[in-house]
Write a protein that binds this ligand. Structure first.
Ligand SMILES: Nc1nc2c(c(=O)[nH]1)N[C@H]1C(S)=C(S)[C@@H](COP(=O)(O)O)O[C@H]1N2
Ligand SMILES: [Mo]
Length: 252
């Protein structure tokens, strides 16, 4: 009888402890518990797992929408690198590429990779495909939803042989616009090199022939008119003039 009571109390403590950690898990993070969850001798796993998942929460997928959610999308078309009005600071190369319907376009992948080189659109398409309907949020206050199809950047970087020390990726457009992201965002499954918008070839005002889509970051990270991708071990901020007040990291 006495023994039975003791057992019950011990069980009560056990239950209390495990339900406390269950509360922590469900309340704070709403994520899958570790495989060792419930084992009192392994409660340390819960904390490590929560800390890890908390830190890595940018791996979570950005919301994807339905076709019926697709909205009108203002192209910041004044950035057409070949626009005669602003050509002075832009590239003659882009104008030539555009004239030939981008058939000669190839993306240069450089830096901390074993196999730097140029990838044509056909080369890129061999490395995978993803279509996603996502919301673009611009720092100026507007947002819009579109469907993007492209090649996930992860497999492209793997194919180029990123070195283990690689930490950041910079993207350069033909209009001299540039941005960088870290490896976590670069390898995110929704980070794609998009060549199609709403089922059509990417229009010039939206970054033809290929633009970046980083769905875990604010809109200005999604570099249009891609010409170069540079992998670096150290942090590089190639972004627009810092005086515009944009922060480097604006996860959404
Ligand atoms: N090459 C390049 N990429 C760019 C920009 C730019 O000026 N040049 N503007 C950024 C900003 S601030 C926004 S909001 C989006 C606009 O994309 P959209 O023209 O498709 O609407 O592109 C981003 N990528
Ligand atoms: Mo923007």
């Amino acid at each position: 009888m006495k023994e039975k009571k003791l057992m019950t109390r011990r069980r009560a403590i056990f239950t209390g402890l495990t339900s406390a950690s269950a509360l922590l898990l469900s309340g704070c993070l709403k994520r899958t518990p570790p495989p060792t969850y419930g084992n009192i001798l392994r409660m340390g796993d819960d904390l490590t797992y929560m800390a890890q998942r908390g830190l890595l929460s940018q791996r979570a997928l950005a919301v994807e929408y339905q076709k019926s959610d697709i909205s009108s999308f203002p192209g910041t078309g004044n950035n057409n690198p070949a626009d005669p009005k602003i050509k002075a600071s832009y590239s003659k190369i882009y104008e030539d590429l555009q004239r030939n319907n981008f058939k000669d376009w190839a993306l240069s992948i450089e830096g901390s990779v074993a196999k730097p080189g140029k990838y044509s659109l056909a080369d890129l398409k061999k490395l995978g495909q993803r279509t996603q309907i996502t919301r673009h949020t611009c720092e100026e206050g507007w947002s819009a939803i579109a469907e993007w199809t492209g090649v996930p950047l992860g497999p492209v970087l793997q194919h180029a042989g990123i070195f283990p020390a690689a930490r950041f990726v910079s993207f350069y457009g033909y209009d001299n616009y540039a941005e960088s992201i870290d490896m976590l965002d670069a390898l995110h499954p929704q980070t794609i090199l998009a060549y199609s918008m709403n089922g059509e070839d990417l229009p010039v005002e939206h970054g033809a022939p290929v633009r970046l889509r980083v769905e875990t970051q604010i809109g200005y990270k999604s570099v249009k008119y891609l010409s170069r991708v540079v992998v670096t071990d150290k942090f590089v901020d190639p972004g627009p003039d810092i005086s515009n007040g944009w922060s480097w990291y604006t996860g959404i």
